[in-house]
Design a protein around this ligand. Structure first.
Ligand code: ZN
Length: 334
């Protein structure tokens, strides 16, 4: 299912997404480190794409990889309006095929695309079951994808969440902090908390929503992009959202930061860390890509990405005793 949340206001935009993928039929946790966020620049806009619904297709490819394939065809060099059309044309047949195989409930899918269009923030929704301009959702996926846009007026705060829905009190805290002129870090922390509270509040940590999140902050100009990973119990390294045609900054703690990507560059499966963080993945020359490890928790059997210090499921069940949790990590490969 997943959960994502985007808050946009006249000076900034923050998007947060969980990283869990559960089996379409079994419901079991397959991974806690799927990247469901893509930050992009195109001919006339820059923005961030997140999604919920399909975690992987029958070929094992994620919707993030569908987008990356479009980027390899230079689709993201086009105007934003053209990109919306190309995503619909690419994704609609994929979802129709999944609907035929798994039924109309399990094939529900939504992309949320938040963009700065000429310094004005807008949130678009491409979906076969929900819209950005109406509350509620259909129980079953339709054949056609629709493109909708949130209704906004100048100076308004827009918050849009799809997948599992956040608690009202968390949404109120986000809009309250933006209205009060809080620092971006504070607003980001509240957006991350809204997604984590879904993970822990409704499924006791084992549900369809993960408790570690990727996030991105985008300012009105494309040189103001920051992103990162927020993990319960702390992260050894930052596994970053994918990038298309844009540069993003990454804080590594203290005064350390990194810059990734740029115009004409596609960045996926990337991470950055200091010290032990560099061991999170190794480059496999045969596959020509980095290979990331995921361990299995010795207590609850949930996957633990190598970038995490502790198990996000046990972090809920065992409270705040992180030193014990760290010792419970086992080296059993997934
Ligand atoms: Zn565990």
């Amino acid at each position: 299912m997943s959960a994502n949340l985007t808050a946009a206001w006249p000076y900034g935009m923050i998007s947060v997404s969980d990283r869990r993928v559960t089996g379409l039929v079994s419901g079991e946790i397959r991974t806690n480190r799927s990247t469901k966020m893509t930050v992009f620049g195109c001919a006339d806009a820059h923005g961030v794409i997140v999604y919920n619904g399909i975690g992987t297709d029958d070929a094992g490819r994620t919707p993030s990889e569908w987008l990356m394939s479009l980027a390899e065809q230079q689709v993201f060099d086009l105007s934003f309006a053209d990109i919306l059309n190309r995503i619909v044309a690419d994704v609609e047949p994929r979802l129709i095929a999944l609907r035929q195989k798994y039924g109309s409930t399990r094939s529900r899918h939504t992309f949320v695309i938040s963009v700065w269009e000429h310094a004005v923030p807008a949130i678009y929704c491409i979906s076969n079951y929900e819209r950005a301009d109406e509350n509620g959702e259909a129980a079953k996926a339709g054949e056609k994808l629709t493109v909708s846009r949130t209704i906004s007026t100048p100076n308004q705060i827009q918050i849009f969440a799809t997948g599992s829905h956040p608690f009202r009190r968390n949404l109120q805290a986000i809009s309250g902090s933006i209205k009060a002129g809080a620092l971006v870090n504070r607003v980001k922390a509240l957006c991350v908390k809204a997604v984590k509270d879904i993970a822990y509040g409704r499924g006791l940590g084992r549900g369809a929503v993960g408790a570690s999140c990727q996030w991105a902050f985008l300012g009105p100009t494309r040189d103001e992009v920051w992103f990162g990973l927020d993990v319960v119990g702390g992260a050894v390294a930052q596994e970053t959202p994918n990038l298309i045609n844009i540069t993003a900054n990454l804080s590594l703690g203290g005064t350390f930061s990194a810059r990734l990507g740029g115009p004409g560059q596609l960045v996926k499966e990337s991470y950055a860390g200091l010290g032990e963080g560099v061991k999170v993945a190794h480059y496999d020359p045969a596959q020509k890509r980095p290979v990331f490890r995921e361990l299995v928790c010795g207590i609850c059997m949930s996957p633990i990405p190598a970038s995490h210090r502790s198990c996000e499921v046990c972090s809920y069940e065992r409270g705040s005793d992180r030193s014990k949790l760290r010792r419970r990590r086992t080296a059993q490969p997934l």
